[in-house]
Design a protein around this ligand. Structure first.
Ligand code: ATP
Length: 485
């Protein structure tokens, strides 16, 4: 079974606006007019742009960056559906136009210096790893929701690429895709600068792009929360870790650059004794834990994994650091996250205005398809499929066998309308275990189901068919009703 290779990406984000220093937080810009903004050293321009607005930024002088990615002089960047920040270390002048819900200059930016220090520390660890077989830092970033975890990972990735590194970035938050639609775990090696406007950009899995090639390794996680099916979530972490670490063994430069894992806020769960975090630590052989936004989380993890534990049965212990949350990090409500998911799905098939893609329509008879529905479960049911004693907490984890009802083979129905379906790298008659652990070849969108004529119309990124592969769908992402007219 071949897997898509890990490769290199890009990154990006948002934008702000206007004339003289601070408009107050919450101030919205409404103008089509162009305005300029002078920012002093170590100042940031924060902005929130909804999905119906367009906001444009041009760097007129000085230098500025968005999450570790430098803006080019005189290049116009456009943003829609973004909450973001432009940071300048030495001061800059920005030209802003378009609309934003809010925009203002933020002066409390000590966090950025701290983040840069973390980057320096990771660089030292990479230098130390040079010429040894130890590999570079393997960093786990954890914290509650909306505290800046993804922003930290992006910034560290952006800065390390500038230093010529090629770290692997792993996303285990299925609500937010990274180079893939939501409902995915992704791993990608970042070897070229990230994309300012489109985050990590569009994966070639969805079509050709003009930005540098990024070939992510994708696993399908059709559950929006790790608590929905913790057994499956853990098995997917195990599978992803195996693939990523094996792949890094084949590439010395990448191994030396290390990896960074972005996690969902729901892993911050003292009630489970941070069970899922412990699983990630053990599967990825984590060497550094960065916590944001919760003192308790820092203390709990430091007590459990920190170096003082070295004297006990925990080996040498793992440094746990508390990193500042950026003052500007904002909560994204359910409505915003839903629109973000829709935007990611739309981009997967149609690209962006700068990199448009042409999806293809496929009509398939029911008999040609092997469709599986990933079954959900209540917490209680999931817990009964995976239990362990407290003493077992740090024992090596063995992926639980997929249960017979993890994936239910089904005849296509109208319930699939508007859903994404993952094409797995496994045959249509594979067992549950193989279906669960197989990587994703690509995604299809179900645009029509004709139960009478027994056929389904799919939207696909590529013209060629997928043969007799297992097609899997589940609760995440939610149906998108307006992708095609
Ligand atoms: N300094 C900042 N100024 C303004 N906005 C920011 C800043 N830092 C981060 N943000 C924005 O705040 C939002 C939340 O940040 P981010 O996604 O990094 O948090 P997270 O902890 O990864 O969230 P989640 O738990 O939902 O995955 C994002 O939209 C991000 O662009």
């Amino acid at each position: 079974m071949s897997l898509p290779g890990l490769s290199l990406p890009g990154l990006g984000l948002s934008q702000p606006s206007s004339s003289h220093s601070a408009l107050g937080p919450g101030t919205s810009s409404n103008s089509q007019s162009t305005r300029t903004e002078e920012l002093g050293a170590r100042t940031e321009w924060r902005f929130e742009v909804n999905f119906h607005q367009q906001y444009h930024v041009r760097l007129l002088s000085g230098n500025a960056e968005i999450f570790g990615v430098e803006l080019a002089l005189n290049q116009r960047y456009s943003f829609s559906g973004a909450k973001g920040v432009i940071f300048t270390w030495h001061g800059c002048q920005l030209e802003l136009s378009g609309d934003a819900e809010s925009e203002y200059a933020g002066l409390e930016t000590e966090y950025a210096v701290e983040w840069l220090n973390v980057h320096g520390m990771l660089e030292s660890a990479r230098d130390l790893a040079h010429g040894t077989n130890d590999g570079g830092p393997r960093v786990l970033v954890v914290g509650p929701e909306s505290v800046g975890k993804s922003s930290l990972v992006r910034s560290l990735a952006g800065w390390s690429v500038k230093c010529g590194r090629t770290p692997a970035i792993v996303n285990v938050d299925p609500r937010e895709g990274l180079l893939a639609p939501p409902g995915s775990f992704t791993a990608v090696t970042v070897g070229s600068q990230l994309d300012v406007e489109n985050g990590y950009g569009i994966a070639p899995i969805s079509g050709p792009t003009v930005t540098p090639i990024k070939t992510p390794l994708i696993y399908h996680c059709p559950y929006s929360s790790p608590t929905e099916r913790p057994d499956v979530y853990k098995a997917l972490i195990t599978r992803t870790a195996l693939s990523v670490l094996n792949r890094m063994e084949e590439d010395k430069v990448s191994k030396e650059s290390g990896l960074m894992i972005d996690t969902p806020g729901l892993l911050n769960d003292p009630k489970s004794n941070y069970d899922m975090i412990a699983h990630l630590v053990s599967e990825f052989s984590i060497t550094l834990i960065l916590t944001l936004g919760s003192e308790r989380l820092y203390n709990d993890l430091n007590r459990r994994f920190g170096p003082k534990q070295a004297a006990s049965a925990e080996g040498e212990g793992i440094p746990v650091l508390r990193v500042s949350k950026p003052g500007g990090a904002v909560e994204r409500d359910a409505g915003f996250l839903k629109q973000l998911a829709n935007q990611q799905i739309r981009q997967y098939f149609f690209g962006t205005s700068k990199e448009p893609l042409n999806p293809h329509s496929h009509i398939c008879g029911f008999a040609e398809l092997s469709v599986y529905r990933a079954n959900s479960a209540t917490l209680a049911a999931a817990a009964s499929s995976y239990t362990k004693d407290e003493d077992e907490d740090d024992s090596p984890y063995t992926a639980p066998k997929a249960s017979a009802d993890d994936f239910e083979k089904m005849t296509p129905t109208n319930a699939m309308l508007g859903r994404l379906v993952a094409i797995k790298y496994c045959d249509g008659d594979s067992d549950d275990f193989t279906i669960r652990d197989s990587a994703v070849m690509g995604f299809l969108y179900v645009s029509e189901v004709d139960e009478q004529k027994k056929r389904v119309r799919f939207l696909a990124p590529h013209p060629q068919r997928w043969g007799d592969k297992a097609l899997v769908w589940g609760g995440c992402p939610e149906a998108v009703t307006d992708l095609v007219g």
